[in-house]
Write a protein that binds this ligand. Structure first.
Ligand SMILES: [Fe+2]
Length: 360
């Protein structure tokens, strides 16, 4: 709280001739101890300050006024008081000797305010830091939950172990190559991780069938994009993910499912997912055929560009395959495998032996 300003009159040698109550309170002393006995400089903290004050007094006597002198007064009890001082030259009524009228503003309240503001600012930044950390924890939890969910889904069939996370890694790589915005990349990454969630309702016997599917079984499998959409529809935050999941089996020539959409009718992120999903399926062993191998899978992507796949997406993906292995972590620089990706690779290599045995 601001206290009233203090005033005093100083003689030519700086002796305090008059002092108001607020100034005496500021100095922590009483009138008899001060008036006629102390110089104003006695309440300054150092010899340097006293010399500086004497120079300013001379200046005030010469020019009539000196304002806004910031300094600290030393109270009788040793405490320091930050003050702002104005000096004004006054003529003595009875003579030519010039007195100095001194106004002293106690700035303790300003310092308290500053300290309060600093405390508030620090508390605010700490709160932001805590919020940021909490948000990061929630994001990490959500990400790990999504990956665990996808792994559980992929584990329905050992043929697809780690598939969703690898597809997510390819999708992140392609979308970066195509210059998509960070938000789109994240939406696609989540969609890629969950793209086959609709297979939850499909019988394992159909998914693991070693031979060709019957027309009836194929119709069942074709329902998984729509089922995925239905499963995720109640989650508001998944709104952007739904069209990607629903249309990840569409083809550029309109021969895909479930909508039979053509070319630009298919959402771009779904076209990216289609390429990544197909490539990972082709290079993996499946119950009905062995892995095509990287070269044949790439040749297949190229030959189907324009009919099944978006040529621009295929082109971007080929560049991604030339670089370091993509990771499903959108914040990773793309060189090192993320913790989760590394875990997937480990699982995948673990699954290779039984897969090769079954290969014709
Ligand atoms: Fe699918």
């Amino acid at each position: 709280m601001k206290v009233p300003d203090g005033y005093c009159f100083l003689s030519r040698d700086g002796t305090i001739l008059k002092a108001t109550v607020p100034l005496l309170a500021m100095l922590g002393t009483d009138r008899p101890s001060v008036v006629g006995k102390c110089r104003f400089g006695d309440f300054l903290d150092s010899e340097t300050e006293r010399r500086r004050f004497a120079v300013l007094c001379l200046e005030a006597r010469r020019t009539g006024r000196v304002e806004n002198v910031a300094c600290e007064l030393k109270r009788a009890d040793g405490l320091r008081v930050p003050v702002n001082i104005d000096l004004e030259a006054r003529l003595r009524p009875e003579g030519a000797a010039r007195l100095l009228k001194v106004r002293i503003e106690d700035l303790t309240y300003v310092r308290d305010l500053e300290r309060g503001l600093v405390r508030s600012r620090d508390a605010y930044f700490n709160m932001l830091k805590d919020l940021h950390a909490s948000l990061a924890e929630v994001r990490e939890l959500l990400n790990e939950f999504l990956l665990a969910f996808a792994n559980a889904l992929d584990a329905k069939s050992h043929w697809t172990m780690g598939h969703s996370e690898r597809v997510a890694g390819y999708c992140v790589g392609i979308s970066r190559e195509m210059g998509l915005a960070g938000k789109e990349i994240e939406t696609l990454r989540v969609a890629a991780i969950l793209h086959d969630i609709g297979k939850i309702g499909t019988f394992d016997e159909v998914l693991d069938k070693p031979g060709k599917l019957t027309a009836q079984e194929y119709e069942l499998v074709k329902k998984h994009p729509d089922k995925g959409g239905t499963i995720l529809e109640p989650i508001k935050k998944m709104k952007g993910v739904l069209p990607i999941i629903i249309h990840h089996h569409e083809k550029m020539n309109g021969m895909g499912y479930p909508g039979g959409l053509k070319a630009g009718e298919i959402p771009l992120l779904a076209r990216i997912l289609a390429v990544a999903d197909s490539y990972d399926s082709m290079i993996a062993d499946r119950p009905y055929r062995p892995s095509l191998g990287r070269e044949r899978a790439i040749a297949e992507l190229k030959s189907q560009a324009g009919t099944q796949f978006d040529p621009a997406v295929v082109q971007a993906f080929l560049k991604v395959l030339e670089g370091p292995r993509p990771t499903s972590d959108p914040t990773a620089p793309g060189v090192n495998l993320s913790r989760n990706s590394a875990r997937s690779v480990k699982k995948t290599s673990f699954m290779v032996r039984p897969l090769l045995k079954k290969s014709p």
